[in-house]
Design a protein around this ligand. Structure first.
Ligand SMILES: NC(=O)c1ccc[n+]([C@@H]2O[C@H](COP(=O)([O-])OP(=O)(O)OC[C@H]3O[C@@H](n4cnc5c(N)ncnc54)[C@H](O)[C@@H]3O)[C@@H](O)[C@H]2O)c1
Length: 355
């Protein structure tokens, strides 16, 4: 397909994995468009930031005029849209940013893409792609069944986060049906891996354990998620934007259904092996597990049927949960400066090397 890809949200957890993958493993030019909210961290892009094929625009996807300038200057052949507010707990405490960025921002980006696309020469116009990256949480809760989410499962979002992502998915599909914009949509399960912001379950547990702090588990820890290593997701996304069928949806998952408590216990056991020098007062990492009041509206089970992307694009995950989670724990042990600067807030000041 394309030679220039505009990635929104490229300073976030998954977006930075996509940008690193594109620069390190493909010939594409990449523009990263990111507002740099608390979740955006340019230090996650240190390995590729100096590439002549990489550039960065600090832009809010709600700013139509700034988006027009980026489209006119970079002239992308494809857009991979990952910019979003992404943390369910934050969406419960304050939904406003989620409505603004995930719904209004996606609408504003779609309109900017459409203005730009309408002005392209016929061949370039035909090859253009708008790839919207979404979540399996739009499908709601699989509690009490053995079903898997397929691409035709009806939407039933539970949280302000998943409702805002569901809205954005509907907008993207409507822009194809109504205006002919060549879109693709992917819905993926929970990701984990390097450069994951410490508010999310897996990094939160690793860092709290290393500090000898309680490891909070919601409710009884029975919630089931289907975990996918972030670099497997990045590879899947690049397959979809370059080879996917326009107008199609692809579900992406790791075939790794795990209960939250099982995930936390696995992390404790890996830390016993990889970080045996425990903080003062800690005999076993598992002793730090603490059950806390459940999140309101918490879905019990998500699970993805990822057979379509395997069949049509030949994508399957390379990591098992066991190999990916071990790599992840080792990465947090080896990259203390990255997460320490997140915990102190220094990552927002861009002063790498001074602390
Ligand atoms: N993390 C997961 O497990 C998961 C699973 C499936 C799908 N997704 C989806 O993948 C995408 C990326 O998720 P993530 O975990 O990397 O999120 P993240 O929170 O780590 O990163 C989001 C990025 O978007 C940027 N951003 C936020 N608001 C913006 C705005 N108004 N304008 C421009 N940039 C803005 C942030 O600065 C940040 O760099 C999201 O759309 C999310 O819904 C995430």
């Amino acid at each position: 397909m394309s030679s220039r890809i505009l990635v929104t949200g490229g300073a976030g957890f998954i977006g930075s994995a996509v940008v690193r993958h594109l620069i390190l493993n493909t010939p594409y030019e990449v523009a990263n468009l990111d507002k740099l909210t608390y979740a955006g961290n340019l230090e996650s892009l240190a390995t590729v930031a100096d590439s002549p094929r990489y550039r960065f625009y600090q832009v809010d996807i709600c700013d139509a005029a700034a988006l027009d300038r980026v489209f006119a200057e970079f002239r992308p052949d494809g857009v991979m849209h990952l910019a979003a507010e992404s943390h369910v707990d934050r969406s419960i405490d304050g939904p406003s940013d989620f409505i603004q960025t995930n719904i209004v921002g996606t609408y504003t980006l779609l309109e900017a893409a459409r203005r730009y696309w309408n002005g392209l020469a016929p061949k370039v116009k035909e090859a253009f792609r708008f790839h919207h990256i979404s979540t399996d949480e739009v499908y709601g809760d699989l509690e009490g069944t053995d079903d898997l989410f397929t691409e035709t499962t009806p939407y039933a979002p539970s949280s302000p986060y998943s409702a805002s992502k569901a809205s954005s998915d509907h907008l993207v599909r409507a822009w194809q049906r109504t205006y002919g914009l060549p879109v693709l949509v992917t819905n993926c399960s929970n990701n984990y891996g390097p450069f994951h912001f410490p508010e999310k379950l897996i990094p939160h547990v690793i860092l709290n354990a290393l500090a000898g702090k309680p490891l909070p588990v919601y409710g009884d820890g029975a919630q089931i998620r289907d975990w996918l290593y972030v670099e497997d997701h990045a590879r899947a996304l690049v397959e979809v934007v370059t080879r996917g069928q326009v107008g199609e949806t692809y579900n992406i998952g790791g075939h790794n259904e795990k209960r939250n408590l099982e995930v936390v216990e696995t992390l404790c056991d890996l830390l016993e092996e990889l970080a045996p020098n425990k903080p003062a007062g800690v005999t076993q990492y598992r002793d730090l597990i603490t059950f806390v009041r459940d999140r309101p509206g918490h879905d019990l089970r998500y699970a993805i049927d990822a057979s379509k992307i395997a069949r049509e694009l030949g994508w399957v995950p390379q990591e098992t949960f066991e190999s990916g989670i071990r790599k992840t724990v080792q990465w947090y042990l080896d990259n203390r400066q990255w997460w320490q600067r997140v915990l102190t807030g220094d990552y927002r000041l861009g002063r790498l090397g001074e602390s």
